[in-house]
Design a protein around this ligand. Structure first.
Ligand code: UD1
Ligand code: UDP
Length: 361
């Protein structure tokens, strides 16, 4: 069976690593990796291939930046060419980026079955580019691998075929389990930045809804600065946010926030594990906070990962109520291990299902 995987953005490299490692040791499957080029900085792309041992992509389309239509359109053209040449039996897609959408459209139009990993997530906010991307991808897919019961319910509510949906757990949980020990051994991030365990807050901000509105961005950073006046606040800076802060003339030199470049996954696992609190608008980081038993504040009005809110370890907040929510988050105690995201074997399950389905067809 020939699988063609389309990836392009940071979280997809991490998710894809889990599946690629299963494919490598499974007989009868061969994977062709296509990198759209959406993320391209060394710290946003190459570092993940190196440290997670992901095979070099066979194709790198070199497409990044620009408006959504232009970016997605160029990817669509590039992926279609590759699909026509490679003729894969199945296309694997992850999450909800423009690379995911382009992969879905290119494959479904050529009648190549699509497997969507992390299917069924919904924010119910169509102003988010990700929401549109994931709805279209789900509705173009033949295999819908959901991470949670909520995601499964979302798909059933939209009338998608029950037989296409398999709740497998979350490959990001697989990744955390797989790489945590390696992170402990190899990462020097705490000593490099002179960070003491539980002596700092970790923050990431990159969502378009937070970075593209100058007033909102200003308010968020004013609020983070207030916190950073009393507690060390470390922020690996996403290129999108760097661009937006520069545009509003943010004074990096006078800021009490400890800005660092984006870090590799192993360093990020260590930063997350030893943070006292995580403040983020990232989808992946919200879950990793839970995996590492660190209270989390999500700087958004809604989240797709609603079980974290119900579980009581994740709180939604905006710039205005961040200080109050921070006080509440500091009281969270993680009592017992729960498995909200499966058992860490999602990737193995997915590959088994795809192979079985291929052999039966
Ligand atoms: C994308 C995804 C978002 C995901 C995020 C993960 C879409 C619509 N958005 O957002 O869902 O949560 O990735 O991080 O697909 N840039 C660089 N260097 C890089 C990467 C990006 O300079 O390595 C610049 C781009 O040129 C662009 C901006 O950052 O100007 C935003 O990049 P883009 O890939 O369009 O969206 P993200 O905000 O990264
Ligand atoms: N991540 C990383 N280095 C960083 C910031 C994030 O390795 O400097 C990892 C993080 O651990 C998680 C993933 O990137 O696995 C989340 O990606 P991101 O926040 O960019 O996107 P989202 O999950 O919101 O789509």
């Amino acid at each position: 069976m020939k699988i063609l995987t389309v990836i392009g953005a940071r979280p997809q490299f991490i998710k894809a690593a889990t599946i690629s490692h299963v494919i490598i040791k499974t007989e009868g499957i061969h994977e062709v990796l296509v990198h759209t080029g959406q993320h391209f900085d060394e710290t946003m792309s190459a570092v993940f291939f190196e440290e997670l041992g992901i095979p070099e992509p066979t194709y790198n389309l070199g497409i990044s930046g620009g408006y959504h239509g232009a970016q997605t359109g160029k990817m669509l053209i590039g992926i279609e060419e590759v699909l026509l040449k490679e003729k894969p039996d199945i296309v694997i897609l992850y999450g909800d980026t423009n690379s995911t959408l382009a992969g879905a459209l290119a494959a479904v139009k050529l009648h190549i079955p699509v497997a969507h990993i992390e299917a069924g997530l919904r924010s119910f906010n169509k102003k988010m580019p990700e929401e549109v991307n994931r709805i279209i991808t789900d509705h173009s897919s033949s295999f819908l691998f959901t991470p949670t019961p909520t995601a499964t319910q979302n798909l059933l509510r939209e009338g998608l075929d029950e037989d296409c949906i398999v709740e497998v757990g979350d490959v990001m949980f697989d990744a955390t389990l797989r790489y945590s020990a390696l992170a402990e051994t190899l990462s020097l991030v705490l000593s490099s930045f002179n960070l003491k365990p539980k002596g700092y807050i970790l923050t990431t901000i990159h969502r378009a809804e937070n970075t593209d509105d100058p007033e909102k961005l200003q308010n968020i950073f004013a609020s983070l600065e207030k916190i950073a006046q009393n507690e060390k606040l470390v922020l690996p800076l996403h290129p999108r946010t760097a661009q937006s802060l520069k545009k509003i003339g943010y004074s990096f030199n006078n800021s009490p926030i400890t800005f660092i470049d984006p870090v590799g996954y192993l360093d990020m696992l260590m930063l997350e594990k030893h943070a006292s609190i995580i403040i983020t608008d990232s989808g992946g980081v919200q879950k990793e906070a839970y995996f590492q038993k660190v209270p989390c504040i999500t700087l958004r009005e809604e989240t797709e990962w609603t079980e974290l809110i119900v579980n009581g370890n994740n709180f939604l907040a905006g710039a205005d109520d961040l200080q109050i929510v921070l006080k509440k988050a500091k009281t969270v105690i993680f009592e017992k291990d729960q498995e909200l995201y499966g058992d860490g074997n999602a990737a193995t399950r997915i590959v088994e299902i795809l192979l079985r389905s291929f052999e039966e067809s």
